[in-house]
Write a protein that binds this ligand. Structure first.
Ligand SMILES: *Cc1c(COP(=O)(O)O)cnc(C)c1O
Length: 404
């Protein structure tokens, strides 16, 4: 046995989260793509079967009340809340991340113009929307449309440059907690403070951080946040996203998509819109109950698991992967894109490699699943709930074989 394989065995033996893996349906593939689609929690199939056969098949319309369908968006929001450092009543589940980015950004510009940013705000014309230029494409597309709709100029800048472009004209800022390509973790507390000092409203996209590391939304005074649930939260393909609206802003949050589900009296069927109180103001139309309740079942895997322990293991896994890659992969064949410093690292390792597309195909054929991001990035996501140190050593070893 090699020295690294021995070390992997020791690390696995001391891993307090090792037992959580059995809460998932897995095989002997090394699955390092949980940052794209989380693995299936074992509790989901039975629950979905019950939702379909009994709740829908037998109770039918009664399930909106009796099976708790109507209140599922807030109830499941409250289950996600502790994972992102939010108190109850501030997270609502529904729609895709893209749609929630739209709600949050237009809502943020409207809040900023009410002078409701944490800074002084009122008086100046706030007509700039700042967005991370390196963001996942959908966030950029939606930001461009939100800017056009609100009469703002879009200012795409790299996250490092955000503080220099903030000013009296800034209305809202859309940032990613972790960059989807590089795995870089941005400084949420410092950037949130900088946006507030300019009197603007901040929207954080948590797609690549929620479920992988502590976020601290309440502690850091974040205004609005969105995130998906099918990556580190394992909700299943297309499971609904969530929207966080800080409690103090909820009364003034003016959604650009005011559907009947967010009406103060949804069954009053009134012609005029009057928003409900609380986070459920972020709801729009009828929730996608089947995927929403699959997500609820998926969240059972977090019982008794702290996000701090997940973060500690995530850093240990990514450190060990970097060490194993250095040992197994021929010098100069790949370049580490993800920052080495823990405070700048999410839960993935990205490696630049000329023939990355081909290399990933070969890895997958050999039972190591990561993904390829155009044009030259190999991406490996580490979900601490089900990835072990032996998996890490094997992935790096197989990568070395492919590249040799
Ligand atoms: C995964 C991801 C999305 C996904 O958006 P959908 O609307 O769910 O397709 C959006 N933004 C970021 C930053 C992501 O990583």
């Amino acid at each position: 046995m090699s020295e690294l394989a021995f070390k992997a065995g020791e690390l696995d033996a001391g891993d307090g989260l090792a037992g959580v893996r059995s809460r998932f349906v897995l095989d002997d593939v090394v699955y390092l793509d949980g940052n794209s689609l989380g693995a299936l929690p074992a509790s989901v199939p039975g629950r979905v079967d019950d939702v379909v056969r009994r709740q829908w098949g037998e109770l039918r319309i009664r399930s909106w009340e009796e099976s708790g369908w109507w209140t599922a968006p807030e109830r499941i929001g409250d289950r996600i809340a502790p994972l992102v450092g939010a108190g109850v009543g501030q997270v609502v589940v529904g729609d895709s991340t893209s749609v929630n980015v739209f709600k949050a950004l237009v809502g943020a510009v409207r809040l900023a113009r009410l002078g409701s940013g944490s800074g002084s705000g009122s008086g100046s014309v706030r007509d700039e929307l700042v967005v991370d230029a390196t963001t996942f494409p959908t966030d950029g597309y939606i930001a461009e449309s939100a800017a056009r709709l609100t009469g703002c100029t879009l200012r795409p800048v790299t996250p490092e440059r955000v503080p220099e472009v903030l000013g009296a004209r800034t209305a809202a800022v859309l940032l990613n907690h972790v960059d989807y390509r590089s795995g870089r973790l941005h400084d949420l507390p410092a950037l949130t403070d900088a946006v507030h000092a300019a009197g603007a409203v901040v929207v954080w996209d948590l797609c690549h951080s929620a479920g992988a590391l502590p976020v601290g939304l309440d502690a850091h005074g974040v205004d609005l946040a969105v995130g998906c649930t099918y990556k580190y939260l394992n909700g299943g393909p297309g499971s609904p996203a969530y929207l966080y609206v800080r409690r103090e802003l909820q009364d003034r949050f003016d959604s650009p998509l005011p559907g009947w589900n967010s009406h103060a009296e949804p069954f009053g069927m009134r012609p005029d819109y009057e928003p409900a109180a609380g986070a459920l103001r972020g709801r729009v139309g009828t929730p996608d109950i089947l995927s929403m309740l699959a997500l609820e079942a998926a969240l059972d895997v977090w019982d008794g698991v702290s996000i701090e322990s997940v973060r500690a293991k995530s850093l240990a896994l990514t450190d060990f992967f970097v060490e194993c890659v250095a040992a197994h992969v021929p010098e100069g064949r790949v370049e580490l894109v993800t920052p080495v410093a823990h405070r700048e690292r999410g839960s993935q390792i990205a490696l630049r490699c000329d023939d990355a597309g081909d290399v990933m195909k070969k890895l997958i054929e050999r039972g190591v699943v990561g993904d390829f991001r155009h044009p030259d990035v190999l991406r490996f996501g580490f979900t601490p709930l089900y990835v072990g140190f032996g998996d890490v050593e094997r992935a790096a070893r197989v990568l070395g074989e492919v590249l040799r």
